[in-house]
Design a protein around this ligand. Structure first.
Ligand SMILES: CC(=O)SCCNC(=O)CCNC(=O)[C@H](O)C(C)(C)COP(=O)(O)OP(=O)(O)OC[C@H]1O[C@@H](n2cnc3c(N)ncnc32)[C@H](O)[C@@H]1OP(=O)(O)O
Length: 205
């Protein structure tokens, strides 16, 4: 761990990431990189360069990818990993994390989240505000579980899938990678084909 934190992405999602990092009180300074040249500060924190500048800071800063899009976050994080960057895990102090829960690098656990025991969260995941993930689940890399989503026990979500706000997944189900699960969708059967799913119960569109 380094004394300073650099967050790539200073817009909506990046600001929430910065908020968590500030509340964790672990870093002496926090700054952003962002490709919007007109943005000089965000959340009262300086924007000190563009995303391409990240590599030049890896000796002085922990680096976190504050980008909401799963594919972009994956590309940027994997590039940082290749270059040897130190990528932290961010957990809001008001998240509840059960025993034997694993959270891999680059994942953010936001306010009000509950992750119950023996669940594994892969790298680069977003477990967004007020989501719950119950026991023995596996969330693969670069998944986004949106605010207020609820996953029952022993659920597996494949790499890069986006679960929309307020979605619900019944217990013992598997969801393929690279899917979009719409806002308010209720998943009651395994989803084995890549696609976009909406409705109650979930159907592919
Ligand atoms: C902190 C944060 O902000 S985190 C971000 C949280 N945001 C979300 O969770 C958004 C989730 N996204 C959605 O639900 C999107 O609507 C998606 C991904 C499911 C679909 O998006 P698109 O592919 O652009 O589909 P589009 O908007 O064209 O809708 C296609 C049809 O599905 C319907 N539809 C879209 N989403 C939903 C939904 N969640 N539930 C029911 N019907 C839906 C539309 O009304 C439309 O119906 P129509 O053809 O009869 O007019």
């Amino acid at each position: 761990m380094k004394n300073n934190l650099l967050i790539i992405g200073a817009s909506g999602h990046g600001k929430v990431i910065a908020d968590i990092a500030l509340k964790m009180n672990k870093w002496q300074s926090i700054a952003f990189l962002d490709d919007n040249e007109s943005l000089k500060s965000s959340m009262g924190l300086d924007v000190i360069g563009k995303s391409k500048d990240a590599i030049s800071h890896i000796n002085d800063y922990d680096i976190f990818v504050g980008i909401g899009n799963n594919d972009t976050r994956k590309e940027v994080q994997e590039n940082l990993e290749d270059e040897g960057a130190t990528i932290p895990v961010l957990v809001h102090p008001n998240a509840v994390i059960g025993e034997q829960v694993g959270v891999a690098t680059g994942s953010a656990i936001m306010a009000g989240v509950v992750i119950n025991c023996c669940t594994k969260i892969g790298k680069g995941c977003i477990i967004n505000t007020g989501a719950t993930i119950d026991h023995d689940s596996v969330i693969e890399n670069f998944v986004h579980v949106s605010p207020g989503s609820h996953l029952a026990g022993t659920v597996r979500v494949g790499q890069g899938t986006w679960l929309g706000i307020g979605s619900v997944v019944s217990n013992n189900l598997k969801i393929s990678g690279s899917c979009k699960i719409g806002a308010g969708t209720v998943v009651v059967r395994d989803i084995t084909e890549v696609g976009t799913y909406i409705g109650v119960p979930a159907r592919r569109i």
